[in-house]
Design a protein around this ligand. Sequence first.
Ligand code: ZN
Length: 337
Amino acid sequence: MATNSAPKIAAPDSPLRLLPKVELHCHVEGTARVQTVAELAAHHGIDIGVADPADLYEYESLADFLAAFGTVCSVLLEPNDFHRLAYEAAEDGAKAGITYREMFFSPGFHLDRGVPFETMWQGLVAGVAEGEADFGVRTRLILDIDKPKGLGPAMGLLEVARGLDRDLLIGIGGDSTERGLDHRMFAPLMAEAKNIGLKTCFHCGEDGPADNIRHMVEAGIDRIDHGTRLLEDPELTKRVVDEQIPLTNCPTSNVELSIVDTLADHPFAAQRDAGVLVTLNSDDPAFFQFDLADEYERVSAAFGLDHAAMMSIRDAAITASWLDDSDKAALRSDFAS
Ligand SMILES: [Zn+2]
């Protein structure tokens, strides 16, 4: 198995760690600390299949990763578990300089285990509120559907989303593998999400082709998660640039899951040079044993981007966020002070 490459390189006082940040692509389940997973497993009497909990976060492919993701989900059973998860996500996010985050949660994995939607929602709401009060990290949530389950279950979750607090739930996304999935099937989901006032994003062009990005752009997607393979389609790239459809890039995640070989091979800088509205994100920071500050350091080093360039990348995340214009202006003003 690959050993995660311990990319925790941003010192506590490094300028890029201290830089206030916005994060748009982070899964709350992917923030679960090893110790928390071990404690919840013990509490619930669940065997997580490894003698040393640290071994849980060792993998070399998206398939291995998704298996670990499932294990983490298996210990989240009660509102208090989700509360702790969201609270610790805020605590760890604050240490990376994050002050505003649009964060995914993935009900499909929990519903499969018989955990009611209300259980996770109740816990997440409480954890997000307490995390903001204690650590100053404002968090809004994106409901991620599990793409391989298909359109039917996704539309079912959208029905659940219809009644949730819109100050907290702001969008619908879709994660898990792209392999073998014709993303055109999700066009009705995008249309209905927009009908009920939710923003839309989808993981695409990660372990699947640029065609998946194109299909989601044609379905009117508001934001592309990953989009790693975008540049393989020049015509699509031009449209994404012209319409300034943001990408939530996660370069270290892509290296860790063998989507690209090294950071230097990642198209992040080339996409930016092409005029794509790129942003930097940690995806699943606990799983990769790093955080968003480390991601900034790593990308800065890999592509020779100076502090001013990293600040402009940070500012792009404000533009790409789903805050309204006055909130974006307030955040820019906060960051400038
Ligand atoms: Zn993701």
